[in-house]
Design a protein around this ligand. Structure first.
Ligand code: F6P
Length: 378
């Protein structure tokens, strides 16, 4: 057994689940126990289980056989320690969370999650005074400071495969199919899957689109003899008009854009749509009207988050999990372990919390999409 400054850790998974979470839990637990003799306490259902002190002692046998399993053996929730719904009210449960960490003599709490989790873990450190360590998880790939997040590769693969399948039926029926892809407010998933699946139009939240431009592109394809088209739409995409309305709403001038779209803002002030009609349906309806070609809609939804992780996600999760155990043994806390190239690098959580990694407008994936003739809505 190697020497370790850390004797006992807590571990939880928080936010939307994704493929690779179990592989990461396994990486942490196997390396912590097997290599360093660290005791591991699992908390169920994210920060809610921490506040409610719902635990399981994790041993090697608990994580045996979970490398390839989707979901998370610990369960998850979107609860935040400082704004937790309790008996119909939102309560600050930071003290309860900290008390439970201390009760179990936990030296460091390992939190696996996306942007929100990075923020919540940092909150527990800053306001609660406990030591934390985080791993970047999400199908959205929008965590700042890491080259990639685990879950993204699998989700991109599922979405690309769906686009492949849509191609054959769209071709047979000479239709336009609009496919809605997850990603919250960032377009990594739609862009990656759109390029990999050969979508003819890719719409992202980072680039407000013009429907007229999209219709023009689809019409040009029709005139060149291509009688079908696939439009990949990121769920957070906004038309140029919606984006302008969102800007106005941000400055408090206007609340609504149209009867079927309500623009709200998340805690970071980013606009998102409260969807009364799914984005893809709205776009398909308008495209059908503008082009006169029959359009259909597919929304991939949670299919993208389910099932077994890809080999790359299993690999990344294992790398991150074991790197976390190494950092814990050294007593290096209050960082997020990031993927940088082929290795892992600790980044101070203070730098990560509250930031989001959007698709930069000069990103090579965008240039590639355009060079192969894909319309990006402008
Ligand atoms: O953050 C992951 C994600 O799947 C987003 O892509 C999506 O917007 C959201 O979660 C859906 O969340 P829920 O499962 O809570 O509906």
């Amino acid at each position: 057994m190697k020497k370790s400054k850390t004797k006992c850790i807590g571990i939880l998974t928080s936010g939307g689940d994704c493929p690779g979470l179990n592989a990461a839990i396994r990486g942490v637990v196997k390396a912590a126990i097997g290599t360093y003799g660290i005791k591991v306490v699992g908390f169920y259902d994210g920060f809610r289980g921490l506040v409610e002190n719902r635990t399981v002692t994790l041993e090697d046998r608990n994580v045996s056989g979970i490398l390839t399993q989707g979901g998370t053996i610990l369960g998850t929730s979107r609860d935040k320690p400082n704004k937790m719904p309790m008996g119909g009210k939102r309560m600050d449960m930071t003290n309860a969370a900290v008390e439970n960490v201390r009760k179990h003599h936990i030296d460091c709490l390992v939190c696996l999650g996306g942007g929100g989790t990075q923020k919540n873990a940092f909150h527990l450190h800053k306001e609660g005074g406990i030591d934390v360590l985080t791993l970047p998880k999400t199908i959205d790939n929008d965590v700042w400071g890491t080259d990639t997040t685990f879950g993204f590769d699998t989700a991109m693969w599922i979405a690309a495969e769906a686009i492949d399948r849509l191609h054959t039926t769209a071709t047979s029926h000479h239709r336009i199919i609009v496919c809605e892809i997850m990603g919250h407010n960032s377009g990594w998933l739609a862009l990656g899957a759109g390029i990999a699946g050969g979508a003819d139009v890719i719409l992202l939240p980072e680039i407000p689109f013009s429907l007229e431009r999209v219709a023009e592109h689809l019409e040009q394809r029709r005139l060149s003899g291509k009688r079908f088209s696939i439009v990949a739409v990121s769920e957070g995409s906004l038309s140029q008009e919606e984006a302008a309305a969102a800007e106005q709403a941000k400055s408090g001038k206007k609340k609504k854009h149209s009867p079927d779209v309500v623009i709200e803002h998340d805690e970071d002030g980013n606009p998102y749509r409260l969807v009364q009609e799914p984005k893809a349906s709205q776009i398909a309806r308008q495209i059908q009207h503008l082009t006169g070609t029959e359009a259909r809609v597919t929304s991939l939804g949670h299919v993208q988050r389910g099932g077994s992780p890809s080999p790359r996600d299993r690999l990344i999760s294992s790398l991150l999990g074991t790197a976390a155990a190494e950092a814990l043994a050294k007593g290096n806390y209050n960082n997020m372990i990031a993927i940088r190239g082929d290795s892992c690098k600790p980044i101070p959580l203070e730098e990560v919390a509250g930031k989001k990694k959007m698709v930069p407008l000069d990103h090579p994936w965008l240039a590639t999409a355009q060079m192969v003739g894909t319309c990006i809505g402008v």
